[in-house]
Design a protein around this ligand. Structure first.
Ligand code: FA5
Length: 342
């Protein structure tokens, strides 16, 4: 038999058509998993295409080489196509994965709106600026205080009725009643006088605590700014002048202040300081007075040589006045729409 006998022709034609079907199937595979799973069935040992090899033996010997080459050629072509298709699918799957995992960093281009300081912090900083311009320095003291610094050294003997002016929150530490949350910033006066020598021109802003029921002008946690001036020949006139200078510098025109006689155990004489709003109403801002000689003495300052005045203003109330805030509780609800006005 020659190469063009029907047997050899048939086998070659069948090889071509099987190879064409395999090539089409390789192209149609949608992913690497599908492609690799189909490999054995398409051109592996048990596949119809590979099965043609077994039929080579039934051809006349003279036809076998050509038919064998045709069959090997067809197998080589599908194998080559398999590898290239596999590479193609791998690349496209990798692209898909990268696309799916891509982080869109362009969203970060818009910076978030900037935050702002709370109106109380702003008020405290402005007050510090005003007093620094008047020649004062800023001091600090602890919020958890000893009973002695908060009351004892300030001329409130144990059991003194003036202690009842403050609804004190005691801390369970040390002997009962020995440790408390400071009810005012006046203990910082004691610490400053004990730690520094006169002349002293100091303000001490900070948080205070009382068992006060929250209402429009009271909070159980609030802020005060304490002032202490100790020098030779300081008089009540200097105190009045300092308060007048402060009121004008901080509030500007349209606000006036007044001093009303009052009582604090650590100042003598003592006064309460009120400010009148442009609408004519008055708000109590704080207390003040000439530092009591016994307080000077307890703190190691010679009352024969030095005299001085002190004041303590409510920072939250100052903010109310300056910004026209009606209710202190609004400062604590943290409603951004309210806070971003300041
Ligand atoms: C004092 O605390 C004195 N230490 C002030 C002082 C200092 C007098 C130095 C003399 C010399 P008073 O209890 O009146 O005083 O409080 C002063 C101010 O703190 C008040 O006028 C008010 O503005 C503010 N304040 C007091 N309690 C509260 C509260 N619960 N909520 C908000 N502000 C308050």
């Amino acid at each position: 038999m020659s190469a063009d006998t029907p047997g050899a022709e048939d086998l070659q034609a069948e090889a071509r058509s099987l190879a064409a079907a395999v090539l089409a199937a390789l192209s149609a595979a949608a992913g690497t998993a599908e492609l690799t799973a189909a490999r054995a069935g398409l051109f592996g040992k048990g596949s119809p295409l590979a099965g043609l090899r077994r039929r080579l033996g039934s051809l006349p010997p003279a036809d076998r080489p050509a038919a064998g080459r045709a069959l090997s050629g067809a197998l080589a072509e599908v194998e080559e196509r398999y590898e290239s298709r596999l590479a193609e699918l791998r690349a496209s799957e990798r692209r898909g994965l990268l696309e799916a995992e891509r982080l869109d960093l362009t969203e970060l281009r818009e910076p978030p709106p900037p935050g702002r300081l709370h109106v109380i912090t702003q008020t405290q900083r402005r007050l510090e600026d005003v007093f620094c311009a008047m020649g004062y320095t800023v001091a600090e003291g602890p919020e958890i205080e000893t009973e002695w610094h908060n009351f004892g050294a300030l001329n409130f003997p144990p059991g003194h009725p003036a202690r009842d002016m403050y609804d004190t929150l005691y801390v369970d530490h040390g002997a009962p009643g020995s440790t408390l949350l400071r009810t005012h910033t006046s203990p910082v006066q004691v610490r400053v006088m004990q730690g520094q020598s006169p002349p002293l021109f100091v303000v001490a802003p900070g948080r205070c605590y009382r068992q006060d029921t929250a209402d429009a002008t009271h909070m159980p946690v609030f802020h005060q700014i304490e002032g202490l001036v100790i020098d030779e020949d300081i008089t009540l006139g200097d105190l009045a002048g300092a308060i007048e200078t402060f009121t004008t510098a901080y509030f500007g025109p349209g606000f006036t202040s007044r001093l009303r006689p009052s009582y604090f155990p650590f100042t003598e004489p003592s006064a309460e300081f009120d400010v009148q709003r442009p609408d004519g109403t008055w708000l109590e801002l704080g207390g003040c007075g000439m530092v009591h000689p016994s307080v000077l003495e307890v703190c190691g300052v010679d009352p024969e040589r030095w005299s001085g005045f002190a004041f303590g203003f409510g920072i939250d109330r100052l903010a109310m006045l300056r910004y026209g805030i009606d209710d202190l509780r609004d400062l604590w609800t943290n409603d951004v729409r309210f806070l971003e006005q300041f």
